[in-house]
Design a protein around this ligand. Structure first.
Ligand code: CP
Length: 315
């Protein structure tokens, strides 16, 4: 595997392989020196053309924990600001002898496109409304760590189904055998939703007591392309938010999930975000070992046991 562009490209066994690798790297994280020499001599470029806190910093930390060199690159401080094209930019950084580009971009398909302009491995860190594969992997890892397995689990996803997180998570969850229910205003349902492997729920209250996880999608609180997708945020919260009152009626064992950044009081009330069932912080924590697993799988040819043991000897 040279690139990670979409969950669509992964077989269930490959998803499990990433999660197993992440488990190995999670153990490394517990050490006094949480670092292994797996990617010594490799260079990873972070090319973020859209804002990010979680994804960017966890890829950066993951690269350093694997002993790779990291180059951070953003649209606002590069020659992109002077009008350089994306193609020229990618070819320029590639000419410096790099091994991987982790890219986030507002346009769907950009990670796929740049594979034509570089010999480096390309990792999709979120492209437009298309995919966010490492978010899906870390969400699967969180569910697996908390519930043992995704097979047969019922996961309710609420909110803006145009979000790339919805697209990649639905694929990942169903590939691992989960049943996915979705609940969203009609304006937040893609036109081809009937072809998705999901059950549409009109009223989330009907299923709250009977799900293993509820996943609240972030919604844009400002107009998107001049269009407001819901009449009011207050109405959205009332119909689709995990309010404090709904959290009381949620299955006592269900996980509360959100990819962040959260709009507290809209997608979920503070009481739900801070509920003991909330795994939002666990999800952020899973980001580093999952991204170590992805970089390791794409850039290293040695066995994970070898590098984990090497790190142990040094640590
Ligand atoms: N979940 C997520 O992608 O967060 P960031 O935008 O902060 O990276």
């Amino acid at each position: 595997m040279k690139h990670l562009l979409s969950i669509e490209d992964l077989e269930p066994a490959e998803i499990h392989e990433f999660l197993d690798l992440a488990d190995s790297f999670a153990e490394v994280q517990q050490r006094e020196i949480p670092k292994v020499p797996a990617l010594r001599g490799k260079t990873v470029v972070m090319a973020f053309f859209q804002d990010s806190t979680r994804t960017r910093s966890s890829f950066d930390i993951a690269s350093r924990r694997l002993s790779a060199d990291v180059v951070n690159f953003s649209a606002s401080t590069s020659s992109v600001n002077k009008g350089e094209s994306l193609r020229d930019t990618i070819q320029t950084v590639s000419a410096m002898g790099i091994d991987a580009i982790v890219i986030r971009h507002s346009s769907s398909g950009v990670p796929q496109q740049i594979t034509n302009w570089t010999d480096a491995s390309v990792v999709n860190a979120g492209d437009g409304q298309h995919q966010h594969p490492t978010q899906a992997l870390l969400d699967c890892l969180t569910i697996r760590n908390k519930l043992g397995d995704l097979q047969g689990k019922r996961i309710l996803i609420c909110g803006d189904l145009f979000q790339r997180v919805a697209r990649s998570n639905i694929l990942a969850f169903t590939k691992l055998g989960a049943e996915v229910l979705v609940c969203a205003p009609k304006t937040m349902r893609p036109i081809d939703i009937a072809t998705w492997p999901v059950t549409i729920i009109e009223n989330m209250d009907d299923v709250l007591a009977d799900v293993d996880a509820v996943y609240l999608l972030r919604i844009f609180t400002k107009e998107r392309n001049g269009v407001q997708l819901v009449p009011s945020l207050r109405e959205y919260r009332t119909l689709y938010g995990l309010t404090a009152e709904r959290a009381v009626r949620l299955n006592p064992k269900a996980l509360i999930m959100h990819p962040g950044p959260m709009n507290r009081g809209i997608e979920l009330d503070p009481e739900a975000a801070d509920d003991p069932r909330s795994v939002v912080e666990d999800m952020v924590g899973a980001g580093v070992p999952v991204r170590m697993a992805v970089l390791f799988k794409l850039l290293s040819s040695v066995q994970v046991e070898t590098v984990v043991d090497q790190g142990k000897a040094k640590g």
